[in-house]
Design a protein around this ligand. Structure first.
Ligand SMILES: Cc1cc2nc3c(=O)[nH]c(=O)nc-3n(C[C@H](O)[C@H](O)[C@H](O)COP(=O)(O)OP(=O)(O)OC[C@H]3O[C@@H](n4cnc5c(N)ncnc54)[C@H](O)[C@@H]3O)c2cc1C
Length: 416
């Protein structure tokens, strides 16, 4: 794949029209007010029939799995499983159609994409890949359509990059039930989530490092579960971020993901990291493309020393580097789409390399765009200021740049 198809371009045009009508006029409120992004996202979903498609996909996955389980019960060989992760999202054409809204929305509201990605992407994927059929029916379908909002909670005040090593949240067995305790922080959608995927360790009186990692699915309003107000932060204001506090939250086994303590929760979380990292290239492409378009326009129209600033070579260098970044990111996105078409997922190391490059590039380009706009670039009135603040978090969430480096190096140095 070397360029978008006609179908992709048609969808891109329709998404741009939606953004012109529904997002640009409300940008101030979404980015600086207290308006959560969910109604706009649901409207977006409905406008493109994505809610119906997501429901049908989730229901047909559940149907296939039920048929496979019935076949096993009859002693027959079940049909082969469909690939999970990004590879499970359809061929190149279909996956491209799903990627375009991410890129286009990121030109204006990367926060919205974060809120959507965590709910529909990470939370839904965790349940739809590791849950029982009953759990998929109970939570997965409504999350896939965005009728319900989801959070995926692993980070804690004392455990970030070392997510498993220093995790303090616990589950203790109590008869057939579990009692959950702990606190989570920096959780996207945390303040408003209806459904929360909560990752903790099984406390059997053994040392924390030896404990099993378990995943539970919680509902907002459960006794002992508190969801904080949105935290104030540097950017991504259209993505609410919060804390979760659990005090003796009692749950049945029906809320234990997969309904077994032997589901490999660490590998499930790693699949989630891989998926999260893959999405950052598309996000960065949207941010960089917008900065480039705005910068070219500004370079043509801003006059200093009697000529457009675009005639100064130092400004031309900035524009040229932005174009190189846009091309590289486009190629990364196209490669991901090609791999999906071939039914393959990026390895965790590849996803890390892609995320590291994309996040650093988005940051470099947005800082240069602010510089190119001079004093105006520092003013909230000019969009590059927002995009610069938004881009920073790409280097932090989903694993920091430093963690991506160590992940890539570990893979390079491993005995193969
Ligand atoms: C806006 C936002 C949304 C988020 N959403 C979610 C969410 O939905 N769910 C969720 O669970 N989490 C979420 N997070 C948390 C995010 O994943 C963590 O912030 C991130 O993993 C880093 O952890 P930390 O903040 O504790 O930093 P720390 O791990 O304390 O790192 C501090 C510094 O030390 C460096 N460092 C740490 N370990 C190493 C090492 N081994 N080698 C070299 N350097 C190292 C880091 O790179 C960083 O520079 C979100 C964070 C933000 C800011």
């Amino acid at each position: 794949m070397h360029e978008w198809s006609d179908a992709h371009l048609m969808v891109r045009e329709a998404v741009r029209q939606f953004i012109d009508k529904e997002i640009k006029p409300n940008l101030e409120e979404l980015e600086h007010g207290d308006t959560p992004p969910y109604d706009t996202l649901r409207k977006f979903f409905k406008s493109f029939g994505m809610d119906v498609m997501a429901r049908e996909n989730a229901l047909s996955q559940i149907k296939r799995e039920k048929e496979a389980a019935e076949a096993v019960a009859r002693g027959e060989t079940p049909p082969e499983k469909e690939p999970g992760g990004l590879a499970g999202m359809g061929g190149g054409e279909a996956a491209g159609l799903a990627m375009i809204p991410i890129i286009e929305l990121c030109r204006y509201c990367p926060g919205m994409v974060t809120a959507m990605g965590v709910s529909m992407g990470l939370t839904t994927a965790a349940i739809m890949s590791k849950g029982t059929i009953a759990q998929k029916e109970r939570w997965g379908v409504d999350l896939a359509t965005m009728d319900k909002i989801g959070s995926w909670a692993i980070t804690e005040p004392d455990s970030g990059s070392d997510a498993f090593g220093s995790m303090k949240s616990t589950a203790r067995r109590d008869g057939d039930e579990y009692i959950l305790n702990g606190s989570k922080t920096f959780i996207t959608n945390g303040p408003y989530a209806d459904t929360i995927v909560f990752i903790c360790k099984l406390d059997e009186g053994n040392p924390p490092k030896d404990r099993k990692v378990l995943t539970f699915v919680l509902d907002s309003g459960m006794p002992g579960l508190e969801q904080s107000k949105p935290l104030r932060k540097m950017g991504m204001h259209s993505s609410p971020t919060g804390q979760l506090f659990l005090t003796d939250v009692r749950v049945g086994r029906d809320r234990l993901l997969g309904e077994t303590e032997d589901v490999p929760a660490r590998s499930g979380a790693k699949d989630t990291f891989s998926m999260e990292r893959s999405g950052v290239a598309a996000m960065a492409l949207g941010i960089v493309s917008q900065c480039l378009d705005l910068s070219v326009e500004y370079a043509k129209t801003r006059i200093q020393f009697g000529k457009p600033i675009g005639e100064f070579q130092l400004i031309q260098l900035k524009l040229a580097k932005m174009e190189v970044a846009r091309l590289n990111l486009t190629n990364l996105v196209f490669r991901q789409l090609e791999m999906q078409a071939a039914g393959k997922n990026l390895t965790l190391a590849e996803a890390s390399a892609s995320k590291l490059y994309a996040a650093q590039t988005a940051m470099d380009v947005t800082v240069e765009a602010v510089q190119l706009f001079g004093g105006n670039g520092y003013m909230a009135e000019y969009q590059v200021e927002q995009l610069c603040r938004d881009a920073k978090v790409l280097q932090i969430y989903g694993g920091t740049d430093e963690i991506q480096v160590s992940q890539i190096a570990r893979d390079l140095l491993a005995d193969k």
